[in-house]
Every structure is written in C-alpha cells, then in structure tokens.
Design a protein around this ligand. Sequence first.
Ligand code: TYM
Length: 331
Amino acid sequence: MEKKVIYSAVQPSGNLTIGNYLGAIRNWVKMQSEYDCFYAVANMHAITVKQEPAELRRRTLELAALYIACGIDPEQCALYVQSHVPQHAELCWVLNTIAYVGEMSRMTQFKDKSQKHAENINMGLMDYPVLMAADILLYGAQCVPVGADQKQHVEIARDLAIRFNNRYGETFAVPEPLILKGGAKISSLQDPTKKMSKSDENPNASVFLADDRDTIIRKFKRAVTDSDNAIRASDDKPGITNLLNIYCAFRPCTLEEAEREFEGKGYGDFKLAVGETVADALAPIQEAQKKLLSDKTYLAEILKGGAEKAYKAARRTLSKVYRKIGFYQGE
Ligand code: TYM
C-alpha cells in the first residue's frame, strides 16, 4: 500500500521557540518512518514581512540544521528549502485565480499581521495562505502536522483543493490538519492568553530553542502565574496550565502525573523544575545543531538532495494541473 503523504514547514523568520518545537517539529519526527514526509524551510513565506537578507540566509541554514538536530532523518524525508522548488510559486499563481480576496482578507493571521506591520501590508502577506495551500497540494499531502494557530490556513488549503477539483476534475488530495494535544498551543510566559511567538517584543515571553540553561531557567522563574498556589491545570489558571503543558511535553508525562508530582509544592519549586526539564531536553538538540552547522558542505548536500526529491513530485503535480486548466505544454 502507498504511504500517506505528510507536509509541513516552518518559516526562518526569527529564533524558533519551544512552541514551534512542541506544536510542529517534534511531531514530524514521530511520523517520518510511517509516512512519506516533505519538510520545508519556508523562506518564501518569511519574506512577507521584512527580513534582513544576510540574516534570512543564515537562519535558513540554521533551521535546516535544527530539523536534523531534532531528529528529522534527511534520508527518510525530503528536507528542503521552499525557494529551491519553483513549482511552489507556479502553483500559487494558479490557485490565486480560484482564491477570493474576501476570504483571504478575513484570515486571522492576515488581520493580526496587518495590524502589527501596518507600514507593510503587501500582497504577499494576504497571499500567504494560498502559497501555503500550494505547498501542501503540490505533494498530495493528506495530513499536515501544525500548531493550532495554523488550522485556519490548512482549512483554506482544503477549500481550494475541493474548489479546484470541482471546477477542473479530481486533481488534489484534500488535506487534514493534524493538531496533537499537549503542545498545540504553547502560550506566552508573560501573557498566557496569547500564543508564544518568535516575534514577541518581550524577550521574557518566549523560550527560544537557542537559549542557554540559565536564560531558560530565569524565563520560567519570571513566568506570569496567579495568586493561588495550586499546581493544577484548569481554564481559570492559564499560566500554570501552560507551564504544566510544557513540563509534560518535555518530561514526558501525563497532566495527572505532573499534578501528583507537585502536590503540596510551591510555585517556585515548580517553575524551577519546568526550567530544568526544558533546559535538559534542549541541550542535546543545541549541541547537535552546532555540530551540523560546522559542516556547511554536508548541509548543502542534504538540501540539494531534498530539493531534488521534492522537485520530482512537484513537477508531476504541476504538469497535471497545467493540463487540467488548459495550459499548452508542447506535443
Ligand atoms: P511558523 O514558522 O509561524 O510556525 C511553525 C509551526 O510552529 C507552530 N507554532 C506553535 N505551536 C504551538 N504553540 C505555539 N505557540 C506555536 N507557535 C507556532 C505553528 O502552528 C507551525 O506549525 N505558515 C506556517 C509555515 C508553513 C506551513 C506550510 C505549514 C508554510 N507552508 C505548509 C504547514 C504546511 C507557519 O505557521 O510557520
């Protein structure tokens, strides 16, 4: 039987947080042996907000190294840089012609980013979900492992796949988001009602995968909680619930086990334990990433191989799409 196809990506648009790791990358690793996986560094999405060119180039390689350091096996998956496969932009153009301005302008992330980058509301920002749909549909992905904030975008990819199939005949697989419990929505340490984000202006709000041990522990010590002193997960305790989720994901253990472990203990002890657990889990990843980045030739080879694998699959889909829509492709 043919393996199911999985697609996902992260933007090299800032320092990755433990939210990116727990919501996405960690889950990708678990799927790679069972599925046909395509994992990209989404540099074309990243330029929808201003990037410093040298930094974008450096971050692209750092992110590829991080994927491998987190356990992605480049032999098993296609690990590549989005801009190395031109079909992403080509399919995006075709999908643009069936995507409506109204639906794109209603996307939550577009509205948020338009507010945040009011001086730079460019066409690419609005087109972001269509490019994302092109990413997913090019490979016939049935399943897209992402954090909860990306659900709406995967739904647009579904809508566009169905719309295209209705108009031109069966062409695309209709993808499903895969949002796993626990790490799907890691919140800011300074405002637990907000998601933890790469681009938060307050450096204490996010724990970065590159943070050193002392920084990680200090950020958790300063995490905003509540004036109660019970360590249990509940809707009226968003700060503690977030810390428990993070603790359970890294330890790993269940919420019940963690609540039992910290019964009768104070917030200080708990926060220290969370900080230490996260620092312990990140240390080997940081070490592996550093080692990989010391061999740029090896990384370049990996990315070249990944792009070749992706290109083959993408070319096949695009040619089918061009045939369906009536683009002349020679005799
Ligand atoms: P990006 O770089 O913003 O986020 C990458 C992944 O991290 C998840 N994530 C989180 N998960 C849990 N808690 C958080 N606080 C948190 N913050 C971020 C995101 O849900 C995402 O899974 N647009 C995509 C990149 C992309 C993509 C694709 C994804 C481009 N093309 C095709 C899937 C399929 C994004 O959110 O990147």
